[in-house]
Design a binder for this molecule. Structure first.
Ligand code: ATP
Length: 291
């Protein structure tokens, strides 16, 4: 079964269950058009990492399973693939929490990303220079032990290592986690540059809604394993509910979409019944007046 050629990734109505009982995703659908950055947003436990792991086929290692729906990557149904086959097909995931080899140098970490490409010494040198042209900071730190570099540098190492596999698509899991705003901005600038200059498509899971939407083309908001809202990044940034619930521009108590939708429904119902009562009152009045 082949999917649309416009989208490098198409996730359709997937359900994910851990340990045979924990329902983590419920009817999640999303698409990543070729060459675009798509943000997957939501709070802790919303299901962002689970979605990424479903796509990179890493769920099995956590006793998770896609039990319904389908995932097509680069036109191919990936239900029978494993993580190393996915890397071979050009999809690389940068896991949450950076995950560098702490005892190796920065450069050794980066080189590790190219293990499947069998590059000659000259090719490797050229690739490293290209990577350092994006990650200037890492060039100065190339001989430092990765475990002793800063959180921001380790995040850069993780992305740089992923880029050494020459991916068509990157899955980034919370690159902003635990980093100072200035470093977050620096990392997102690099991600955007990689997208624009290298043409790599990106699916980005983030809790930092603001920076993610400022750099993405399109976004999906997940809550308790369900997509609650989707739209262009521009439209989401100006959406009142997104502003209130995810950008901290809140007038009252912070809630989630589910509560907010319930409240709207209640308000509409109340408004509806108020209107109904008014109509009945007017009818009675008209009857009394005999008209
Ligand atoms: P965070 O930002 O905290 O990582 P998230 O949006 O990435 O949150 P997930 O980690 O995907 O959310 O978690 C979604 C749901 O699945 C949560 O209820 C979580 O407890 C559950 N879950 C995640 N991983 C596992 C696992 N290995 N085994 C059982 N349940 C899990």
């Amino acid at each position: 079964m082949r999917a649309s050629t416009k989208n490098i990734l198409e996730v359709k109505n997937i359900e994910v269950i851990y340990d045979g009982v924990i329902l983590a995703l419920h009817d999640v659908s999303l698409a990543v058009p070729k060459g675009q950055i798509v943000a997957l947003l939501g709070a802790n436990g919303a299901g962002k990492s689970t979605t990424l792991k479903s796509i990179s086929t890493m769920l099995a290692s956590e006793r998770g399973k896609v039990t319904k729906g389908s995932i097509h990557y680069d036109g191919i149904l990936i239900d029978k693939e494993n993580p190393s086959q996915m890397v071979g097909r050009g999809m690389v995931q940068v896991l949450e929490g950076r995950r560098c080899f702490g005892h190796l140098t920065v450069e050794e970490n980066i080189i590790a990303g190219a293990y499947s490409r069998k590059l000659s010494r000259g090719e490797m040198k050229a690739e490293l220079e290209k990577i350092y042209s994006y990650f200037n900071r890492l060039k100065d730190r190339r001989q430092s032990q990765a475990g002793f570099t800063s959180g921001g540098e380790q995040q850069m190492v993780a992305v740089a290592r992923a880029m050494m596999a020459k991916p068509k698509m990157l899955l980034l899991d919370e690159p902003s986690m635990g980093l100072a705003p200035q470093l977050v901005a620096e990392i997102f600038n690099i991600v955007k540059e990689l997208n624009q200059k290298e043409g790599v498509s990106i699916l980005l899971a983030e809790q930092n809604t603001n920076i993610a939407l400022k750099n993405a083309d399109y976004g999906y908001i997940l809550e308790t394993g369900k997509v609650m809202l989707e739209g262009t990044a521009k439209s989401l940034l100006s959406n009142d509910k997104v502003k209130e619930l995810y950008l901290g521009i809140s007038k009252g108590k912070r809630r989630n979409f589910r509560d907010s939708l319930k409240e709207d429904e209640k308000r509409n119902k109340h408004h509806g019944s108020k209107k109904k009562r008014r109509v009945i009152r007017q009818r009675r009045l008209r009857r009394k007046k005999g008209c």
